[in-house]
Design a protein. Structure first.
Length: 93
C-alpha cells in the first residue's frame, strides 16, 4: 500500500459516524420492583444532576462531561459539555 492510498483511507475514516453513549447513572432495583413497574414509575439513579457523566464508544470510556440544556432553537434538548478526555496512552488494544 502506498503512503498516498493509506492517507486517503485514513482520511475517509474521518467521515464514518460513530455512536457515543452517555452514562448518567445506574439503578439497582429488586426484581420484584421491576416486575411491579408501570409507565409512571420513577427509577432513582445513583447519581445527581450535577455529577459527571461518562462518554463511551463501545466498551471504552473516552471522556467525561457534564449535562447541559441547549438554548435557542434547540431549547430543552440535552447535551454534554466534555470536561475531561480519557488518557489514551493507558489504553490497551
Amino acid at each position: 500500500m502506498t503512503e498516498t492510498s493509506a492517507t486517503g483511507r485514513a482520511s475517509a475514516l474521518h467521515s464514518v459516524p460513530i455512536e457515543i453513549r452517555v452514562c448518567v447513572g445506574k439503578a439497582r432495583p429488586k426484581l420484584s420492583d421491576m416486575l411491579a413497574m408501570d409507565p409512571e414509575t420513577v427509577l432513582p439513579l445513583d447519581s445527581r444532576i450535577e455529577d459527571r457523566v461518562g462518554l463511551w464508544v463501545g466498551d471504552k470510556l473516552i471522556a467525561e462531561g457534564e449535562l447541559i440544556e441547549l438554548e435557542g432553537e434547540r431549547e430543552g434538548q440535552l447535551a454534554v459539555r466534555v470536561t475531561e478526555l480519557v488518557d489514551r496512552s493507558d489504553a490497551t488494544t
